[in-house]
Design a protein around this ligand. Structure first.
Ligand code: AHR
Length: 502
């Protein structure tokens, strides 16, 4: 077979109109995500609220539509009341999930203010580890009820006359995990999630809720957990969560690049489980998925084992991402887009310093990691309709994963802008890959730009001394001839081919 790939896209073959929340992210009270990340009073770039404006600008550049907060494992021991009201009265607590000290100088109201500035919505996770139904109703009343009741008036007394109008809420975090504070069986969790959902929607019927799926596909209780939890909660929630992290500890890049196929399998099997419960319940409702933790995570594992406990905002989970990690993130983004009919929300975990596209120095600069770029390109140029990718590509086998196509690709049609954007990864580590895209129903196309992220060293990373070592350039060679677009994708590269239809 010739070493070349092709793709046909047609404007009538639509996977789905992409929910913008597919490009969400996540900020947890963990490591330097909040303190030293988005919030650092006294930093030369901080505003009067202590919000770092250098970090703010980078987040605005990413156009992050929604951010999950405040955890993560953190939330299962968190009392949100510790983080509201006068800062000098807020308690310092032992934080047991990550074994640090939580000073509570940043909480719900600060996060809502910060999110407004960042132009993003809030996805709030409630604590179903150490707390339960009563707390679930109180927090929604505090956040969303206009006034005239105890908890809403408390918010008003804290200086927030207008309700926060938080629309999206997670019912706990990874409640199946033995590491989780207040871990539960599927039945225990299903019951508390159902009862919490009930009171939350009695307070505010406009909210949308995410029930916890398994904390990974490797959990022994997966997918029975999903089936049992949905058996209890199906009619009360809109989403079921998926979490998955990928790594390359064995330095087997060919396999690592194939991990997005496993992400797709995971999505398909969770979808099937949701639809089984739909059938069982004779329900008219279709459960949507929230892939609200996904990323590469493995570089920092050893360093984290050596950390002294009970520090405030120590450097935790600070993965320094390489070129090959950016390729994997690109493939994972394409996998999410391929399933955007069911995966309506997703959160790159996380956003700043903690397994994040943005890194900072305390008191110093902020810079973009390699994975910043595919995430930015997808978020900025991947809005509109995801088109079915009919791909022909040579394939390879790797350890435990077979038939991995060298080409991973999808096209997104933005009707408003009259543009089609092709996202493509060449997984071939040794050879360029000629690509032909047939956009038959679109008529004449013009290449606006062909952005490429590549580096001869797959282990190259950006750091404080060299923040731009790995950065995209617009030097790709895509060319259009009528509705045919051809390009040569460099070996091991992430490509964004933007086409105008005018
Ligand atoms: O994102 C880091 C951690 O990974 C989260 O706190 C937890 O939910 C997951 O296990």
């Amino acid at each position: 077979m010739k070493h070349a790939a092709s793709m046909i896209v047609d404007k009538d073959f639509i996977i789905s109109t992409i929910d913008n929340r597919l490009y969400g992210s996540f900020i947890e009270h963990l490591g330097r995500a909040v303190y030293g990340g988005i919030y650092e009073p006294g930093h030369p770039q901080a505003d009067e609220n202590g919000f770092r404006q250098d970090v703010m600008k980078m987040i605005q550049t990413l156009q992050v539509p929604i951010i999950r907060y405040p955890g993560g494992n953190f939330v299962s021991g968190y009392d949100w009341k510790d983080g509201v009201g006068p800062k000098q009265l807020r308690p310092r607590r032992l934080e047991l999930a990550w074994r640090t000290i939580e000073p509570n100088q940043f909480g719900m109201n600060e996060f809502v203010d910060w999110s407004r500035q960042a132009g993003t919505d809030v996805m709030w996770a409630i604590n179903l580890g150490t707390q339960g139904v009563e707390d679930a109703r109180q927090i929604v009343e505090y956040a969303n009820h206009p006034s005239g009741s105890y908890w809403s008036d408390l918010r008003v007394s804290h200086g927030y006359k207008q309700p926060h109008a938080i629309k999206t809420w997670c019912l706990g975090n990874e409640m199946d995990g033995p590491w989780q504070i207040g871990q539960k069986t599927a039945v225990e969790y299903g019951r508390i999630a159902y009862e919490s959902a009930k009171v939350m929607k009695l307070v505010d019927p406009t909210i949308e809720l995410v029930a916890c799926g398994s904390s990974s596909r490797e959990m022994p209780t997966y997918p029975e957990w999903e089936a049992t939890v949905l058996d209890h909660t199906y009619e009360q929630v809109e989403f079921l969560s998926l979490h998955s992290y990928y790594g390359n500890p064995e330095n087997d890049t060919a396999t690592f690049l194939g991990r997005s196929l496993q992400m797709e399998d995971f999505i398909k099997s969770v979808t099937a489980t949701c639809d089984y419960i739909k059938a069982k319940k004779r329900s008219k409702k279709t459960m949507m998925l929230s892939f609200d933790e996904w990323n590469v995570w493995f570089h920092s594992n050893d360093a984290d084992k050596k950390l002294e406990p009970w520090q405030i905002a120590p450097p935790q989970l600070e993965d320094l991402y390489t070129m090959e990690d950016a390729l994997v993130v690109g493939c994972l983004l394409i996998a999410l887009l391929k399933h955007s009919d069911r995966v309506r929300m997703a959160c790159l975990a996380q956003l700043v310093n903690v397994i994040a596209p943005i890194m900072t120095e305390n008191g110093g600069q902020a810079w973009a990691q390699t994975i910043f770029y595919p995430y930015m390109h997808a978020s900025v140029h991947g809005r509109g309709k995801a088109l079915v990718p009919l791909v022909q590509s040579p394939k390879y086998d790797a350890k435990g994963i077979t038939d991995i196509p060298y080409l991973e690709s999808i096209a997104v049609f933005n009707e408003e802008a009259n543009e089609v954007t092709v996202f493509a990864v060449n997984r071939d580590l040794a050879n360029p890959l000629p690509l032909e895209v047939d956009l038959r129903s679109f008529g004449q196309c013009r290449v606006i730009e062909h952005i490429v992220l590549e580096n001869p060293d797959l282990k190259a990373a950006n750091d404080a001394a060299n923040p731009n070592r790995v950065a995209p350039h617009a030097g790709g060679n895509a060319a259009a001839d009528g509705s045919k677009v051809t390009a040569t994708l460099s070996k091991a590269s992430w490509n964004v081919i933007r086409l105008s239809l005018n």
